[in-house]
Design a protein. Structure first.
Length: 260
């Protein structure tokens, strides 16, 4: 049995064992594992990945300047640090994007949505033919949530976004390097958690997680020598968050065994 088949078997056994509302999409240079990969989920903070890509596209077009000073806008709760700071803090757009991603700051996310406009972000999503992904509301918009308005995505779409991110030919070098740096500094990790606890100098990886009540997601890329893995695991209707975290972390271990 090939190493890829061993990984597929391990992931499928984990899904059967945990028996959750879950979707998995894993792409490697040797093949693909897809389970419910086009199922639509509330995206939680995974929607911040296409926001980052849109922002850096706008930088490359000269319509957004990373070093421009940004005066703080309206702060919201949830994940992040901006809501805990004094009123009207000053940052650059590079700072805002970094906070949006590495600590999943919701206030930073809303500031960049306002700057880019929702239509611009959804235009990029559509240009990539991502049929299950859409930004429909800002973070912590409880009125929209009460109306049933949610940001959406799928495991398949998240892997395609990672593929675009890792395609050096699509990006100016500075944009690519900034994305690499941001994705490698995540504070909330699941798929890559075990790699962070050990020393693997020949592996590069990055990730972005997302969670809401009853929802736990993560997406990540792994690169080792000539092998790569792009992965997304999405879960919903969880009786508690730890069950989702455990499943995603165990799938991350299976990926690590495959790629090393």
């Amino acid at each position: 049995m090939s190493k890829l088949e061993v990984m597929k078997q391990a992931v499928n056994e984990l899904l059967q064992q945990h028996c959750l509302d879950a979707a998995v999409h894993i792409e490697t240079d040797e093949g693909i594992l897809s389970v419910n990969s086009h199922q639509v989920f509330s995206s939680a903070s995974l929607i911040k990945v296409p926001i980052l890509l849109t922002a850096l596209r706008e930088v490359e077009k000269g319509r957004l300047h990373l070093e421009e000073e940004v005066k703080g806008g309206l702060s919201v709760g949830g994940a992040g640090v901006l809501s805990a700071l004094s009123p009207n803090p000053s940052f650059t757009w590079k700072d805002i994007l970094t906070l949006m991603m590495i600590v999943s700051d919701n206030s930073a996310t809303n500031w960049i949505i306002d700057r880019l406009e929702m239509e611009t972000i959804n235009r990029l999503i559509k240009s990539l033919n991502l049929e299950q992904t859409c930004l429909n509301r800002k973070m912590m918009d409880f009125q929209a949530i009460e109306r049933g308005v949610n940001n959406l995505t799928s495991a398949y779409d998240m892997v395609q976004l990672l593929r675009v991110m890792k395609d050096k030919g699509r990006w100016i070098k500075d944009s690519y390097m900034l994305m690499e740096s941001i994705m490698a500094k995540q504070q909330f990790t699941l798929l890559t958690a075990e790699l962070e606890e050990e020393s693997h100098p020949n592996i590069s990886y990055g990730s972005k997680s997302g969670s809401l009540q009853g929802i736990q997601h993560d997406c990540a890329y792994f690169c080792h020598e000539n092998k790569y893995v792009l992965a997304a695991v999405l879960t919903a209707n969880l009786p508690n968050q730890m069950i989702g975290k455990q499943l995603i972390s165990e799938i991350g271990m299976a990926i690590k065994r495959y790629i090393i």
